[in-house]
Design a protein around this ligand. Structure first.
Ligand code: SAM
Length: 253
């Protein structure tokens, strides 16, 4: 069943085309255990948030690494991704059912999922409200939405480490870029890999979900895992700056 939201499909077309071009990069760099943040933090956090039974829907499933985790945990999982190259790769790897669709138009019956997971995908979707509305529609009453997002306060566009050797003594600190404005940026995340991100302040996530009957019941802001700090962030106090936030919402009956 297709959702009834009026959505601006064109707004996501370019972003989906970018992911189509860069799906291979994602598979090489972030799946199959090669990314320390996924291996040490993201997948264990999601695993701990999943129900032990019922159908789990994985939004923006990529190559299906979260879907497979959900299948192992709950027994039944479906991955949805708008990008053909992602769905084909996920289907080849197996461990769940995979469907090509947008978050704003989920091809699932209402109240048919015990849990919905959205791991690092909401930032790529232009219509956040449509994504929440669809997640709420397909969730059973009391079902949960687990969203992992780039930390919306600390990872704003323009954030990053400043290594100031001009002041005496030198200072190293985390600069936070403009937080309140909602902005869309195209970022070069690797050589030749440009992706669209939508920055939104935290209240947009909490209130957008709430407007669809999804109540925030748990928030986690983990320190970057040790292997990540060792490999990429050798700054003092780097373990005080979260990169991610996990939000768990309950679908009010
Ligand atoms: C950062 S990857 C995360 C993949 C997966 N959730 C994981 O954690 O391994 C973002 C995924 O969202 C998908 N995506 C981007 N925009 C989408 C949209 N509008 N609807 C559905 N999927 C989308 C991309 O194809 C990509 O697979």
């Amino acid at each position: 069943m297709v959702g009834t939201n009026v959505v601006d499909r064109a707004a996501d077309d370019e972003s989906i085309a970018e992911w189509e071009r860069h799906a291979g990069w994602w598979h090489r760099e972030f799946t199959g255990g090669v990314d320390v943040e996924y291996a040490e933090q993201i997948l264990p956090l999601i695993d701990a948030s999943l129900p032990s039974s019922g159908r789990v829907l994985d939004l923006g499933s990529g190559d299906g690494q979260v879907t497979r985790l959900a299948t192992a945990r709950a027994g039944l999982a479906v991955g949805v991704d708008a990008v053909r190259a992602q769905v084909e790769r996920a289907a080849a790897l197996g461990g769940g059912s995979f469907v090509q669709a947008r978050l704003s138009e989920l091809p699932l019956r209402s109240a048919s999922c015990r849990a919905v997971v959205a791991c690092l995908v909401l930032e790529h979707v232009s219509d956040l409200d449509a994504a929440f509305a669809e997640a709420a529609r397909v969730l059973e009453p009391d079902g949960r939405l687990v969203a992992v997002i780039n930390h919306p306060i600390l990872q704003t566009p323009g954030s990053g480490w400043i290594d100031d050797q001009v002041v005496d003594p030198p200072e190293q600190y985390w600069r936070i870029g403009p937080y309140l404005p909602e902005v869309t940026t195209v970022e070069e995340v690797d050589d030749g890999v440009d992706l669209t991100f939508h920055h939104r302040p935290l209240h947009r996530y909490v209130n957008g979900a709430s407007a669809c009957g999804l109540l925030l019941e748990y928030l986690e802001e983990p320190a970057p895992p040790p292997a990540y700090l060792e490999r990429y962030w050798s700054f003092p106090a780097a373990d005080t700056v979260p990169r991610l936030a996990l939000l768990r919402f309950r679908n009010l009956p």
